[in-house]
Design a protein around this ligand. Structure first.
Ligand code: ZN
Length: 188
């Protein structure tokens, strides 16, 4: 297993739709093992294959709240249904999220509170997940990556402007930029 470099906003693989996985091969198993290791090293609560430069519809996630058991897995070729987001401005304290491809920053974003995701797991078995709250946010964020959408693309005008300024200042927003968890430590 290996910790993989994480692509930063501006790299084309993050901004184009990813392709379906045709077959769960040894390469896919290795990719998923590396993604778990990379996600944990970052650390992050989710990681989509395009973030490590692989344009396939695969993401890993991990989360545990104060009293819960760890919730963790990999989804291949997911489909997602969501409840309508509640209208209004997001609360910065309760609804801010971050992204390993826009590291070190957090911005508020209104998301749907409830989602259903269907997919297959690493054994090719069907999976159905129905979650709310922060778990639903993780699902929407990672699913967006598979469609070439970053959460910073969804921010309101003012936060979107701030994000663009930060990106410019750091020299992001162009191809070929990445960071390596354990070496660059841009998160956590
Ligand atoms: Zn992300």
């Amino acid at each position: 297993m290996a910790v993989l470099p994480i692509r930063i906003m501006g790299d084309p693989v993050l901004h184009a739709p990813a392709a379906e996985v045709d077959e769960i091969t040894e390469e896919i198993r290795t990719l998923v093992a590396d993604m778990f290791e990379t996600m944990d090293a970052a650390p992050g609560v989710g990681l989509a294959a395009p973030q490590v430069g692989v344009p396939l519809r695969v993401y890993t996630y991990t989360y545990h709240d104060d009293d819960g058991v760890p919730w963790r897995g990999v989804l291949i070729n997911p489909e997602l249904w969501m409840s309508p987001p509640v209208p209004g401005e997001p609360d910065p304290d309760e609804e801010s999220e971050g992204c390993l491809s826009f590291p070190g920053e957090r911005f508020p974003l209104r998301r749907a509170d409830r989602v259903i995701v269907t997919a297959v797991d690493l054994e090719g078995e069907p999976v159905r997940i129905e979650v709310d709250g922060w778990r639903a946010r993780i699902m929407q964020h990672e699913f967006d990556h598979l469609d070439g959408i970053l959460y910073v693309d969804r921010l309101n005008d003012s936060d979107g402007k701030t994000a663009r300024k930060i990106a410019k200042k750091r020299g992001w927003g162009r191809p070929g930029q990445s960071w390596l968890p354990g070496v660059d430590d841009l998160e956590g």
